[in-house]
Design a protein around this ligand. Structure first.
Ligand code: CDV
Length: 307
């Protein structure tokens, strides 16, 4: 039977809360205030879910070589932590859900983590970044490092989905968005909304230097392909701008439809909010059509991918 739009539309108002540069000397409290300002704007626009970026609470510290002791100040030992409690409180007052990326210090190590919090302030989902880019050792000739592999363990949660906000939600973190496997694992579970935060250095990332002019194209390519090929909406959220002279992070926070179209995108490299009312039933157009997995997928031929 052909799917007809507007048959029984399920709508969700989502917002991407892009954060501009966070300077090294900015306190956690000051950053949380900026996040709350964005949340309040999202609530004024009547959004139901506001999404923050990867490691949203501090400067993007993997560019620096830090001792274990220096590292500690960038990590949350609990969630809510004392510093993020005001964010949880304000969200509950406003009746708005949120997604937050943060550096997690747990008993078994340090992770690059994100959580999904419902409109009552309950953590309903947690994800740890799977694809950790960069190096474990500093590269001497490089002015800025990308030491994620030194500071974070590879995530162990896998790509789960959660029934929340009237739909099926999944999370990915930054580099994960470039991997089709990330999207497919969630696609197979019927995901309808993927939330991704990113810190993407525009120029200095050594392994992508020869084609850094394509960084923004590759961002759109990954987001749009991931959505289309899995029939899902996505909210992509940047931490962007010039955090230190010469260290520039990409913006382009965006909301992408299951047809692969960008329906809203930030055009600035500072704190910004982009929002859209998304029709979740539009996912069916793809999921029941060209990418009807049950009908057309050939997992028997894909074994190489996981061998
Ligand atoms: N934070 C990231 O994961 N950044 C990577 C860069 C280093 C390539 C990204 O995929 O955007």
């Amino acid at each position: 039977m052909r799917f007809t739009l507007n048959e029984s539309p399920r709508k969700l108002h989502v917002a991407a809360a892009q954060i501009g540069p966070i300077y090294e000397n900015e306190s956690r409290g000051e950053v949380v205030e900026r996040l709350i300002d964005l949340m309040e704007e999202a609530a004024r626009r009547k959004a139901q879910l506001v999404c923050y970026t990867e490691c949203a609470l501090s400067t993007f510290f993997p560019r620096m070589l830090l001792s274990d002791e220096e590292l500690l100040k960038y990590f949350e030992k609990s969630m809510p932590s004392p510093a993020t409690q005001p964010l949880f409180d304000r969200a509950k007052d406003l009746g708005i859900g949120f997604h937050l990326g943060y550096a997690e210090l747990s008993e078994d190590g340090r992770y690059n983590t994100s959580i999904l919090v419902d409109a009552e302030g309950r953590i309903v989902g947690k994800y740890r970044k799977a694809h950790i880019p960069g190096t474990a050792e500093p590269v001497p000739e490089q002015r800025f490092q990308h030491l994620e592999r030194r500071y974070f363990k590879e995530g162990d949660t896998g790509f789960k989905v959660w029934d929340a906000f009237g739909c099926r939600v999944g999370m990915a973190i930054c580099n994960d968005r470039r991997w089709p496997e990330t999207w497919r694992c969630m696609g197979i579970q019927g995901v309808e909304l993927v939330i991704v935060g990113w810190n993407t250095p525009l120029t200095h990332y050594r392994k992508a230097k020869s084609y850094s002019r394509l960084a923004e194209f590759h961002n759109k390519l990954s987001m749009q392909a991931g959505c289309y090929q899995n029939g899902t909406w996505a909210v992509g959220v940047a931490h962007c701008g010039e955090e230190e002279p010469g260290y520039i992070l990409m913006g382009q926070s965006m909301i992408v439809s299951p047809l692969g179209e960008i329906v809203a995108m930030s055009y600035v490299n500072e704190d910004d909010l982009v929002d859209a009312v998304i029709d979740l039933d539009l996912c069916r157009e793809i999921k029941e059509g060209v990418f009807n997995f049950e009908l057309y997928r050939r997992p028997d031929l894909y074994k190489l991918i996981v061998q």
